[in-house]
Design a protein around this ligand. Structure first.
Ligand code: ADP
Ligand code: SF4
Ligand code: MG
Length: 340
């Protein structure tokens, strides 16, 4: 088995908001990520995905739990001691502008981490930067090397900015890349090319990737394993094929039933389950199973007892639902909806 790169254990992040109370953005999330693996973290907006990514990279401080990077507990490492480990993990955001200094040109932006970590300078640095820009398709796209390297972020298109951000992230050869909705702000046509690039680069370099998105189609395209998040907790996590072929958690089933499929005939024949109600507020999450206010199968136990995330196949298919059996048998909410 490939080495574990990231271990997240019982991670919580609570924000205290003055006058409003405590936002339980993340509440007891555990997962691990191995070399070469892409874990797609999917869930509705507000379910806590970005907070997980920001806690893992220590951009914000976790309230509880443990984060280990290649075996080192980094949860409480002071920023000074975290600095050398910064090479090992990089995060790219929906809006790459936040990591692209507007006063630096592309060449300086991409080369900056290499300089900061003392990995290259002078001609070697220029070569490395050119190589990285070529890898992310920027040299080819624009043609003239010196012209592009000298451009500033505001002179680039959204897709070019995301490519530059990726080149910068890759410059120090991280073991872990966290991509937080990296294509959500782009035009649909550009989205596909950036996703292709990410997949291609990840397959070549084999880093571990935590890919955060609200879009199931994107997860289906990029991930080898999927974790479904609901209101600060994980509902289900499984290898890619298994999750899409046999979703067990009622929430996952509902998400998949609502996702469009390419074949119109299949689309017409499909039974969709529309979830009623909005995502409850993480200021006051429902007791018991957090999904019970919207779950068509909720019962008394769901309302009082928190379901544990447990492996129901012995092959890494984990589900947090009382009604999924220890042998993996799961009630179908689609059938339930059809008979109702
Ligand atoms: N700094 C913050 N202060 C207060 N609440 C926050 C803060 N950051 C995020 N939240 C809240 O935490 C919840 C999860 O947010 P987020 O992790 O951004 O979700 P997602 O990325 O899944 O859309 C949301 O209710 C959001 O409003
Ligand atoms: S525990 Fe109950 S409410 Fe939660 S997903 Fe399972 S059936 Fe639905
Ligand atoms: Mg987010």
């Amino acid at each position: 088995m490939p080495d574990v790169v990231l271990e997240v254990e019982d991670l919580t992040k609570h924000f205290t908001v003055r006058g409003r109370g405590v936002v339980r953005a993340v509440d007891g999330v555990s997962f691990e990520l191995r070399e070469g693996e892409v874990l797609g973290l999917v869930g509705e907006s507000g379910s806590g995905k970005s907070t997980v990514g920001r806690c893992v990279t220590r951009l914000i401080e976790p309230t509880g739990g443990t984060v280990r990077l290649k075996g080192t507990d980094i949860t409480h490492l002071p920023q000074r001691r975290l600095r050398p480990l910064r090479r090992e993990m990089h995060i790219v955001f929906q809006d790459p502008s936040s990591s692209l200094n507007p006063r630096m040109d592309v060449g300086s932006i991409v080369g900056e981490p290499l300089r900061r970590h003392g990995l290259a300078r002078g001609a070697a640095l220029r070569d490395r930067v050119a190589g990285l820009l070529h890898e992310v398709g920027l040299l080819h796209e624009v043609g003239l090397r010196p012209e592009l390297i000298g451009r500033y972020p505001h002179e680039l298109s959204g897709g070019q900015r995301q490519r530059a951000g990726l080149a910068r992230a890759l410059s120090v050869e991280p073991s872990l890349l966290i991509a937080d909705e990296p294509t959500s702000a782009l035009d649909v046509s550009v989205q596909a090319s950036i996703l292709n690039l990410l997949v291609e680069v990840q397959r070549r370099r084999r880093f571990a990737c935590l890919f955060i998105t609200h879009d199931l189609a994107v997860v289906e395209y990029v991930a080898n394993r999927v974790a479904v998040m609901y209101l600060g907790t994980l509902a289900e996590t499984a290898p890619h094929e298994e999750l899409f072929r046999s979703p067990k958690h009622p929430y996952t089933q509902a998400l998949l039933s609502a996702a469009p499929v390419p074949d119109p005939a299949e689309q017409r024949g499909r039974q969709r389950v529309v979830l009623t109600g909005d995502l409850p507020s993480p200021l006051d999450p429902p007791p018991g199973c957090r999904f019970h206010t919207r779950c068509p199968l909720a019962d008394e136990r769901s309302r009082s007892e928190v379901p544990a995330l447990r492996d129901v196949t012995g092959r890494g298919h984990l589900v947090a639902c009382h009604q999924v059996g220890d042998d993996g048998t799961a009630p179908s909410i689609v059938e339930r909806a059809a008979s109702a």
